[in-house]
Each structure stands twice: as structure tokens, then as C-alpha cells.
Design a protein around this ligand. Structure first.
Ligand code: ZN
Length: 685
């Protein structure tokens, strides 16, 4: 149906549905309408739409039916490290849905409303995942960019997300020309309340990435975070991207009686006010509406009409918006979509590279493209050899083992070996009392399992001794979680232990959001539980500095964790330090000790008692800001009483500790409104 009202908006926003007939509110089309209030821009827009219509008329006489156009497509995932970082499988599923819908290969066309039978159109457009990046390098067709702009509450046109991709994606940093690729930008929330949005073809965007399609992660594909009801939103958005309006016209408001006066400029879509639910008897503007059209808002969408196909093919072959560059043979060759791509990258990962002996590891193949066979070698593992794509292997003996994967596309094969990739720990962990001052390790990996090379042993900074461990958070990626995992520790003879450590941290600037946690595991790292959480406001121990932070002695802060109890007390207890980087400065950790709190019969720590300096070689002041101190009992880490000072009855006492043997002690202090235990380190021999 065609009538007088022409396109008004050049940016179209699609509202998503989890189920009929719930409508997710959409506020920002008013903002977009504002953008088109510029008379010059509106004039250009009308001229371009007219040119596209003329082009469509010419195309009809050329009979291009049978020509299948290929569009190279790239998915750019912008994520915050959460569920929005959707899997490759979910993306591939989304691409499969898109291709089925555009080629009318979706089986549900057989069930269209009888009034529209025979009408669903094969658009003869296919989307093929690009395999060559703008710099000529081979890639999977998917890029990933960590950025807080994954979640947007105030719509700003997508510019921040484009900049994030250009500056921070993991494949090629620079612009991905929209004349070479259809860019799909997958976000946590691309704009408040919308499932996706895009632009009609327009020369004003040139080849910039503004001509992309933005998608909310849970509307991509039918698996993972999405579902079968949401999975066709990408088809709908691709329709907009190829100049289709909604069936009721070019607004975001279905169901308005006034929509009978607007049109989608497509000849064979019946006039309708649009529906948000699967109303098969929609005669809102007279004729029976095509409720099942992809450009409607109902969840039973399953067809394009021939008129829509014609309009989309016109958009794809016109110079308006530059979509006609995409399917040229030279571009298909340049983007690796002309012929079946070759194997170029062999890679794999495992979710958990450190296990306890007797446990299994699941390996995931990450190789591309067109891999048809896999040969794995697992020295030390059972099985030691596999031809599965994603095998699971058991390791029975402690040690470090390499893994090799050889993949083949039937013509070429490539091998990838990762040395020391699998770490298998002793079933029975280290005994307590446990002490770690990082004095002996040459590298972090000697005793620890870091998930990044930014964890390093510092030989220039320490709380005591010469060394500490440093996270080079100054050079970290925002929102990435940096973890340092311990070896196993045997707590099987205890019912409660205390973990003590010192750390130092500074912000780089105001507004940093780093979050520090200590987590514990009773199943050798299979599952983790937060035992201590320190948010940025509590985290800093020194003033903000824009230079790489290196702590002074006064910058070290003591932390005790007293909730390692009961279930955690197993023979292979593990703990880990975790810093979710939020733009802050370096983190240092030193003087970790684990001792049984149960052997003292108490495990509380009062903040009214201070003991300083700690560590110390000669003197120790114990001070109470509460009631006077009565008794101080000094235990070694096995719980043996080594000294008792009674009848103190003062708020402050100076102890001479120079005769104590070097090492860790527990001070049990009566006073300060209770009983406290404070670990103390005596320096010297
Ligand atoms: Zn829409």
C-alpha cells in the first residue's frame, strides 16, 4: 500500500518483546526525531529516498531475480565481562536465523496465515561472516571489546561504542568501513528499552560505522542469552538497514489509529496500524494486516513480502548509503567471503587450567576456518590422544603438562602447542601455618596461578623482607578481572582458620571503580565463594597518583579474613585474590599468613585494638581505644602459648619483642570491649 506520508525518521528503533503482548517502552525516538528537525538534513533525506524509489523502478525492468547478493558481516561484541559477552555459538545461531529468514528457508513460512500463503519472499540476499579484517589479517568474523559502554542508559547515537571498537577491539583497531562490512554491534544494552536499532541508507554517514546495526545481546540468535521469540529481531533490523519501514509506517508506535494515515511505501503490505501481539484478524485500517511480517512487532513474525524484497534489493544496489559496495566481487575477496575460507588459526582454551590430581579438564577448540579434523596430544593425561573437537581429559599425577592441537581443513593443517598449559596440583595441600612473603619465588608461577602476566614479583617494594607481589593495574584493561590463585592448602585438621595479608593500593584518578576480593574454594577451584569484598571507596591506602604507584611503608594495610570455616576446611583448600580493574593504580600484596583460629578458641578481631609497628624487630605498642587492656597472651602459629602478660590495666603498653624468635605470632588481647586476636610478625632471626 502506498500513500502520501513519506518517511520521516531516518533512524529506526525496534522495540523488543520477550513474549506477546508485552511492549517494552521506547523513549528515544523523540530524540531522533529532534535530529531530523534540521531542514537541510530532512531535505537531503527526502531526495535520497526519492532516488532510491527511482532506482527500484529501474531495477524491476532489469529482472535481477535469481541473483543472490552476498553481504560480508562482522559481529562486534562490546561487553563488560558479563552475560552480554555472548558465545561464538550464539552469534553463529543468530547469523543462521538471519540467513534462513532472508532466503525463505525458515520452515514456518509453511504456516503463514492462509490469506498470505504463497506470498513470503526469498529476498535472495545472504550474509556471510567475514574472515579477513581491514588490515588483511585472518579472523573469526567476531571481535570483542571490553567497555562499560556495553550498557547505555542515555542514548547518544552509538558514537561511544563505535570509538570503543575502533580503539579497543581484539582483532583490528581502526574503522571497519560500512562499505566493506555490515557491522553488527552487540551490547549489554544499546539504548534504554530497545532490542536493536539502525539507520536507513543515507549518504550522510559515508563509510563510517554509524551505518551499523546495534543489537541487545539477548535478541541475537535463539540460544544462550536469547530465545526463539527474540531471535528474529536481527532480521527485522536488517530490514530497516535495507530501507524497510515498519508495516504501519516509519514510527516506533504501533497500534495508533493515526497509523492508518502513514505508510511503509511498500505496494503489497496491507495498511495497518501495527500490532504488538499476534493478531491474525487485524483489520485496523480495513484490509487484513500482515501481522506475521518481520517488520511488525508481533512475535509470530515469519515473512517478507515480494514488495519488501524488491525495496531491499534496491537499497542494496543503489549508491545511496554505499550498500552497493558490499557485494562487489573485489570486496568479497578482500573480506574473505568470496570462497570457502582456508584454515588460518589453530587455538584452544580450557575454562580451568589448574586442577587437582584426579580431576578432569574440558578443552574447547577455537580454530578457524573450515576445520574438519582435530588431533590432540595430552602428555600426562587420560586419554593422551583425542580426535574429538572438544575433548575432556583426566590428569592423575601432579605436574605441569603441555597440550598440542593439530587442526586440518582437509588441505592444510596447523599445530599449536601450549607448554605448561595444564597445572595439576597435589591432592593434599601445603600444611598450615602457611606463610608467603614472596621472598623465594623468582616468578609468580613458582607457587601461584595468575590469569595475567600483569601479576609479577616485585623485588623493589615490600611490607617486610625484600619482595611482594604486584598487579600492574596501572596498565590493566578496565573491567577485566585479574586473579591470582593459590596452590592447595591442607585445612583438613581445622574447623576455622584466619587468612591475614597486607596490601597497598592507590587510585589513578577520581572516579576509579576497582573492586578487590578474596575468594575461597573447597573443591580445588571448581567453585569460588567471596570471603572478603573491598570496594574502591574502602580500598585505597595512599593518595591518588597519576604516576605508577609504589607504596611507602605507611601505605601497607593489614587485612584479616575470619570466615574460612567448616566446609572450607578441606585438604585442598584454595584461595585467590581478585581485582576487577576500574581504572585505578597498582596493587601490592605481601605477608600472607594462614593460621588456625580454632586453636585459640576465638576468631574475632576488634577494631578498637591496634598493634604497631607490625612487623617489628624490637618494640611493639598495643593500644586500645575502648576499655583498658588487661591481658596479652602471645601464641605461635601452632597455637602454643609462648608468653603471657597479665594485670596490664592500661590503654597502651609497649612490649620489648627483641628477644622473640623471628616469625609470626598471634596476640590474644583482653580489653578494648572484648577479646581480639592480632597476627604479629617479628622481624629478624
Ligand atoms: Zn523496527
Amino acid at each position: 500500500m502506498k500513500n502520501i506520508v513519506s518517511f520521516f525518521l531516518s533512524i529506526v528503533v525496534s522495540i523488543g518483546f520477550s513474549q506477546d503482548p508485552i511492549q517494552v517502552g521506547c523513549g528515544q525516538h523523540r530524540l531522533l526525531r529532534q535530529m531530523l528537525k534540521s531542514p537541510e538534513r530532512l531535505k537531503i533525506h527526502h531526495a535520497e529516498q526519492k532516488a532510491l524509489e527511482e532506482h527500484e523502478k529501474q531495477l524491476r525492468s532489469q529482472k535481477t531475480k535469481g541473483i543472490v547478493y552476498t553481504i560480508p558481516i562482522v559481529f562486534h561484541v562490546i561487553h563488560n565481562g558479563g552475560v552480554e559477552n555472548i558465545s561464538d555459538d550464539q552469534i553463529l545461531d543468530g547469523l543462521a536465523v538471519l540467513n534462513k529468514d532472508f532466503r525463505k528457508l525458515n520452515p514456518d513460512t509453511a504456516t503463514v496465515n492462509p490469506a498470505f500463503q504463497g506470498m513470503p519472499a526469498d529476498v535472495e540476499i545472504q550474509f556471510i561472516l567475514a574472515t579477513i579484517a581491514p588490515d588483511g589479517s585472518c579472523f573469526s568474523g567476531i571481535t570483542r571489546t571490553p567497555s562499560p559502554n556495553s550498557y547505555v542508559s542515555n542514548f547518544s547515537g552509538g558514537g561511544d561504542q563505535i570509538n570503543d571498537i575502533i580503539n579497543g577491539n581484539d582483532v583490528y583497531q581502526g574503522s571497519w568501513s560500512s562499505h566493506n562490512y555490515l557491522n553488527i554491534i552487540v551490547c549489554g544494552n544499546p539504548s534504554d528499552g530497545v532490542a536493536g536499532y539502525t539507520n536507513y541508507p543515507s549518504n550522510s554517514f559515508g563509510n563510517s560505522m554509524n551505518a551499523s546495526i546495534w543489537m541487545r545481546h539477548d535478541y541475537v540468535g535463539t540460544i544462550g542469552t536469547s530465545n526463539s521469540l527474540s531471535g528474529r529481531t536481527l532480521t527485522h533490523e536488517a530490514g530497516h538497514w535495507l530501507n524497510l519501514a515498519h508495516t504501519w509506517g516509519s514510527t516506533n508506535e504501533p497500534g495508533l489509529p493515526s497509523n492508518c494515515n502513514s505508510d511503509d511505501n511498500v505496494l503489497d503490505t496491507p495498511n495497518t496500524i501495527g500490532t504488538t501481539w499476534c493478531n491474525q484478524n487485524d483489520t485496523s485500517c480495513g484490509p487484513l494486516g500482515n501481522t506475521e511480517n518481520y517488520m511488525n512487532y508481533a512475535s509470530c513474525r515469519k515473512m517478507f513480502t515480494p514488495g519488501q524484497a524488491s525495496r531491499m534489493r534496491a537499497a542494496l544496489t543503489s549508491t545511496i548509503g554505499g550498500r552497493n559496495n558490499l557485494w562487489q566481487t573485489a570486496n568479497l575477496i578482500a573480506t574473505g567471503t568470496f570462497s570457502s575460507p582456508e584454515l588460518c588459526e589453530v587455538n584452544f582454551e580450557s575454562a580451568k587450567p589448574v586442577i587437582c590430581s584426579g580431576d578432569s579438564i574440558a578443552f574447547t577448540d577455537l580454530s578457524f576456518h573450515n576445520v574438519i579434523s582435530w588431533t590432540w596430544d595430552f602428555p600426562g593425561g587420560t586419554p593422551s590422544f583425542s580426535t574429538l573437537q572438544n575433548p575432556t581429559v583426566v590428569y592423575n599425577n601432579p605436574g605441569l603438562y603441555p597440550v598440542t592441537l593439530t587442526a586440518s581443513d582437509g588441505i592444510n593443517s596447523i599445530s599449536e602447542t601450549k607448554n605448561n598449559y595444564v597445572g595439576v596440583l597435589q591432592g593434599l595441600g601445603a600444611a598450615i601455618p602457611y606463610q608467603e612473603g614472596f621472598e623465594n619465588p623468582i616468578s609468580v608461577e613458582d607457587n601461584w596461578f595468575p590469569n595475567s602476566a600483569l601479576w609479577e614479583v616485585s623485588t623493589s617494594v615490600s611490607s617486610s623482607g625484600n619482595n611482594s607481589i604486584k598487579l600492574d593495574n596501572f596498565n590493566a584493561i578496565d573491567n577485566y578481572t585479574y586473579e591470582l590463585e593459590s596452590n592447595t592448602i591442607d585445612l583438613s585438621n581445622e574447623t576455622a582458620v584466619t587468612i591475614g595479608f597486607k596490601y597497598a593500593f592507590a587510585n589513578k584518578s577520581n572516579g576509579n571503580t576497582d573492586q578487590f576480593q578474596v575468594l575461597g574454594s573447597w573443591d580445588c577451584g571448581e567453585t569460588w565463594y567471596v570471603r572478603k569484598n573491598i570496594s574502591n571507596s574502602q580500598l585505597t591506602t595512599a593518595n591518588t597518583t597519576s604516576f605508577p604507584f609504589s607504596p611507602q611503608p605507611s601505605h601497607w594495610k593489614q587485612v584479616y579474613i575470619n570466615n574460612i570455616i567448616n566446609s572450607f576446611c578441606v585438604e585442598n583448600f584454595k584461595f585467590k585474590f581478585s581485582l576487577k580493574s576500574g581504572g585505578g593504580n597498582n596493587l601490592y600484596i605481601d605477608n600472607i599468613n594462614i593460621f588456625p583460629s580454632s586453636s585459640l578458641g576465638i576468631n574475632q578481631y576488634s577494631n578498637t585494638i591496634e598493634a604497631f609497628p607490625n612487623p617489628s624487630a624490637s618494640e611493639l605498642t598495643v593500644k586500645s581505644s575502648g576499655s583498658p587492656i588487661t591481658t596479652i597472651s602471645v601464641y605461635d602459629l601452632t597455637g602454643r602459648l609462648v608468653e603471657a602478660i597479665n594485670n596490664i590495666n592500661s590503654n597502651s603498653i609497649l612490649l620489648n619483642v627483641s628477644s622473640w624468635k623471628g616469625g609470626f605470632y598471634i596476640l590474644k588481647i583482653d580489653g578494648g570491649n572484648g577479646v581480639s586476636t592480632i597476627p604479629f610478625e617479628k622481624l629478624g632471626s
